[in-house]
Design a protein around this ligand. Structure first.
Ligand code: FAD
Length: 518
């Protein structure tokens, strides 16, 4: 075997696996379809630079941000060495208690206490710290919390950002000098177009950096398309096949390893495994693709008419805990990053697409000036506070392959994901008054009624046996040896909060159970 473990994907689960397996003496290769983004100029200055921001390799767009469209949900995800950490908003909450006692993993362990030390370890590794500033959008959220009668529900977020002294570079502040130099955050609000200022604690600055030091190899710009077991259950290892991502006629390459960790995120792992269940990996559980969840998010942009700068700060600096199962966060992009203005439409509600469409057109006539002003605002991102509302409703979707081989969604259990959440809209109306602005919603949500999620989870969930889940409580795939799944697709209940810290903690636990290499 050329490697002990090949890890497919370099997001949260992949990076934790790479470091811990390398530290245990294993020879590790990480294969990542996206690019390295390790120089400031690798990232775009604004999200109008589609070539550097968006991921659509067929069109020559090789950035960090991927959009995937399904019948029931639009999925936002990240690509590149470091996966979703390159594009995410740095927020690292620990879920509420009920998350640990519901879903297909509920009875498999006392998750709250088992995972507690790994949440702490994950926070330390990712450099999570309470956001120390109070930006304009945080102040607006604090006022909103007061207006809804819950001032105590306003909190600062824990975020993976190095604050230090703004724009001052210092030797590694996190890992006893083993990590890279870091620079204090300049509060430009650009976390989600990629941090060009070395302040965001992306995975290439912690887990992957240390994994490389411990011997792991990272092969970027290479997409894995097949994994063949050697022996019926992979008892003699695996052949992993990949191709250069950006070359249509690139030659297929093969590597062999004793074990494989799937860590391509839901959009990578579930899609790949649905293909392989029909071909190379037939023993995979029939539960593959089941129990796909989102955080039931609603995204509403409120554009202020005041000449004020909403971008100052970090992408998500605060949160209002509305109740046990719902919360709202203010999200921002840096100045000039107004790409999303192309997709915003009047905020309406209604049962059918036709009624919502008509209402949206009606609004343009009944409230023409405020809508025109919001559409034509000088710098959309500078003047817009995006409200990210989340609910932990337990509804699930199922991903499967259609006859053309495309991954498609269908409704599975619970209420369908909602594109027009009345509670979120009520909060947005209050925010309109607080910042003197106009609330607008992505047209795909407001008119088509399809919600957007940046937190797609599940599809390869835990279960007691192969009839109940794709992996066991230790992330090992039923039906194969030395094969694990460590990414968002393993999340087996409605997490209710931003998931990256949970993916990190669950992977840390799974890796802690792998013995050192003899
Ligand atoms: C705009 C945005 C903001 C977000 N903000 C937050 C936040 O504030 N807090 C939070 O907790 N979460 C946030 N998230 C969600 C978070 O980014 C994801 O939940 C997280 O990255 C998922 O981690 P993962 O381990 O599942 O893999 P990912 O991070 O999704 O990484 C998977 C990697 O695998 C690669 N890959 C896939 N298939 C293959 C293949 N076949 N071959 C080779 N490589 C492959 C992909 O290119 C990708 O780099 C945000 C997401 C987005 C899009």
């Amino acid at each position: 075997m050329e490697y002990d473990y090949i890890i497919i994907g370099s997001g949260f689960g992949g990076s934790v696996s790479a470091l811990r397996l390398s530290q245990k003496g294993y020879k590790v290769l990480v294969i990542e379809q996206g690019k390295w983004f390790n120089k400031p100029e690798d990232f775009p200055k604004t999200n109008w630079n589609l070539r550097k921001w968006l991921w659509m390799p067929a069109l020559g767009l090789r950035g960090i941000f991927k959009l995937s469209f399904f019948r029931h949900v639009t999925v936002l995800s990240g690509t590149g060495v470091g996966g979703g950490s390159l594009v995410y908003a740095n927020t690292l909450p620990i879920p509420k208690d009920e998350y640990f006692n519901t879903g297909s993993w509920a009875k498999l362990a006392d998750w709250k206490s088992e995972l507690a030390p790994f949440y702490a370890l994950g926070k330390k590794m990712l450099g999570a710290t309470a956001h120390p500033y109070m930006s304009r959008s945080d102040k607006a959220m604090q006022q909103l919390a007061t207006e809804i009668g819950r001032p105590e529900a306003f909190e600062k977020t824990d975020v993976a950002v190095y604050f230090g002294k703004p724009e001052v570079t210092v030797p590694d502040p996190y890992f006893d000098g083993q990590g890279p130099d870091r620079t204090g955050c300049c509060l430009c609000g650009g976390c989600m177009v990629g941090c060009r200022f070395n302040a965001k604690n992306t995975l290439d600055k912690n887990y992957l950096h240390l994994a490389q030091k411990a011997g792991a190899k990272i092969l970027a710009e290479s997409r894995v398309f097949d994994v063949k077991p050697i022996g019926e259950q992979g008892e003699n290892g695996y052949e992993v096949f990949y191709k250069p991502t950006f070359s249509t006629f690139g030659k297929t390459q093969k590597m062999t390893s004793k074990g494989v960790v799937f860590a391509g995120g839901v959009m990578g792992t579930v899609k790949l495994l649905l293909n392989l269940k029909r071909t190379s990996l037939p023993n995979l559980s029939d539960k593959l693709g089941h129990d796909v969840r989102t955080n039931s998010e609603s995204l509403i942009g409120v554009t202020t008419f005041q000449k004020v700068d909403m971008t100052e700060g970090i992408a998500i600096g605060s949160i209002i805990q509305l109740d046990e199962s719902r919360h709202v966060e203010p999200v921002k992009y840096s100045a000039g990053s107004g790409f999303w203005r192309l997709f915003f439409a009047p905020m309406v509600s209604g049962n059918s697409m036709v009624s919502r469409g008509l209402k949206a057109i009606g609004k343009l006539f009944t409230e023409p000036w405020s809508h025109l002003k919001a559409f034509a605002i000088d710098d959309w991102s500078k003047r817009t506070l995006i409200m990210l509302y989340m609910e932990s409703i337990d509804s699930t979707l199922r991903f499967s392959k259609d006859f053309l081989g495309n991954m498609t969604s269908r409704l599975s259990s619970g209420p369908p994901p909602e594109g027009n959440n009345p509670k979120a809209q009520e909060l947005a109306r209050k925010m309109e008054k607080i910042i003197d602005g106009k609330a607008m919603v992505m047209n795909i949500e407001t008119i088509l009624g399809i919600p957007t999620t940046a937190h797609i989870l599940g599809g390869a969930v835990m279960g007691e046996d192969v009839t109940a889940g794709v992996i066991d409580r230790d992330n090992k795939v039923f039906g194969y040896e030395n094969m694990m799944i460590c990414d968002g697709s393993m999340i087996s209940a409605n997490i209710g909060v931003n998931p990256s810290l949970s993916i990190t903690a669950i992977t840390e636990r799974a890796m802690s159970l792998i013995p050192e290499k003899k």
